[in-house]
Ligand binder design. Structure first.
Ligand code: ADP
Ligand code: MG
Length: 376
């Protein structure tokens, strides 16, 4: 059973909470998603020690507790402390070092409601190794642990998994939302269910193709995933983006023959024949299927959306989903969510997951180590 923060009494949390968040996005929407949990904790007079990560730092050395090296500046969380302080309208104490004894002393001496943010945990080699010693150092700072970082919960990291063996552990408010909405999608979806798949990394989407094979009415495929499937069907896609790793997978080869697979019938290509967007006929076919759906899951853009000339197909799909008000619609993944925010369509979806890879794993019926670790 997962203990949800929303159902937890203040007393069960002690006086200081270690809060794992995910700031690993260019835009601030992941930070925004974590605000309700921070507010919830502060309003109850708890001290909050936030831990998070950014990127995949390389060559960072720790000297006297301080990170050194090029990535140490580039991937620092210092600017996130400022952004978060602005969003939540409260001061945030940023801790630039990993001298855990000193940190513990400052936290213990702080007033109730004080918020700390530690430096990028991935600067420490123990984080991604799920190191018990690091978990122990983190645990010493607090009385309880809250995971509100769904987007990294598919990783067995020290601040996601090992920590739960050392402190009473709870799922934060955003994590709870993720679990409730995504569970609804896999357990009791209303039919017809339409799955829309795009993006560059087709191999990331193998899990959902497999899981929804018998559950979806149809798969609408665009982007690099469609190029790869068209290629498997023997169509010449020239130098278009394809995912060779996925093309070698038996599951993907099978998917290219699914009877309910709907591939582009036309496309927008550049002068060199690179397919960069679905065409207008395809857009209409996709929109018609989307209009009839009662459940919609969308992962990965329909084209090279960074160039507005090739973002048309993506916009058609996004608008069709926005227009279908009776469907339960879910999406996630960095590029897709940023796109929806830019076009102010995000509010029209039933749920936007903060997870990219984590959402895909969850929806493929896989166990996420970070969520499994919360089950006690
Ligand atoms: P997401 O993170 O949204 O799930 P991916 O990371 O798999 O999606 O892929 C996103 C990227 O795929 C985008 O940056 C987009 O430019 C690229 N992309 C999609 N279709 C094409 C295409 N036909 N040609 C080139 N790039 C594409
Ligand atoms: Mg991506």
């Amino acid at each position: 059973m997962i203990h949800f923060l929303s159902k937890t009494s203040r007393r069960a949390l002690g006086s200081t909470v270690l809060l794992r968040l995910d700031f690993n996005a260019e835009d601030i929407w992941r930070l925004e998603a974590s605000l309700p949990t921070i507010e919830w904790l502060i309003r109850r007079g708890l001290r909050v020690v936030i831990v998070s990560h950014r990127g995949r730092p390389a060559g960072v050395r720790i000297k006297n507790g301080l990170p050194h090296g090029r990535d140490a500046k580039k991937l620092s969380l210092r600017s996130d402390a400022e952004t978060l302080a602005r969003l939540i309208r409260r001061p945030i104490i940023f801790v630039p070092h990993f001298r855990f004894k000193d940190i513990k002393r400052s936290v213990a001496a702080a007033k109730r409601g004080t918020i700390f943010l530690l430096e990028n945990l991935r600067f420490l080699p123990g984080e991604e190794r799920n190191d018990v010693a690091l978990a122990r150092q983190l645990a010493a700072l607090a009385d309880s642990y809250v995971n509100d970082a769904f987007a990294v919960s598919h990783r067995a990291d020290a601040s996601i998994v090992a920590i739960t063996k050392r402190l009473p552990s709870f799922a934060g408010l955003e994590m709870e939302k993720e679990i409730r909405h995504l569970t609804r999608l896999i357990r009791r979806p209303k039919h017809p269910l339409v799955l829309i798949v795009g993006g560059a990394k087709a191999h990331d989407k193998l899990g959902i193709l497999k899981y929804f094979r018998t559950r979806a009415k149809c798969f609408l495929v665009g982007g690099g995933s469609a190029n790869t499937l068209l290629m498997l069907r023997g169509i010449d896609v020239g130098s278009s983006l394809v995912d060779r790793a996925a093309a070698d997978q038996p599951m993907f080869r099978a998917a290219s023959r699914f009877p309910h697979l709907i591939l582009p019938v036309d496309w927008r290509a550049n002068a060199r024949g690179r397919i960069l967007d679905i065409g207008s006929k395809t857009g209409k076919i996709f929109a018609r299927e989307i209009a009839r759906a009662k459940t919609i899951l969308w992962s990965g853009p329909m084209g090279y959306i960074e160039d507005p000339r090739y973002a048309k197909g993506n916009l058609v799909v996004a608008r069709a989903i926005a227009k279908n008000r009776r469907a339960f619609s879910v999406t996630g993944g960095g590029e897709t969510v940023s796109f929806l925010k830019r076009h102010k369509l995000d509010g029209k979806f039933s749920f936007i997951s903060t997870g990219g890879g984590a959402m895909l794993d969850y929806l493929a019926g896989e166990k996420l180590p970070g969520i499994a670790a919360l089950k006690k």
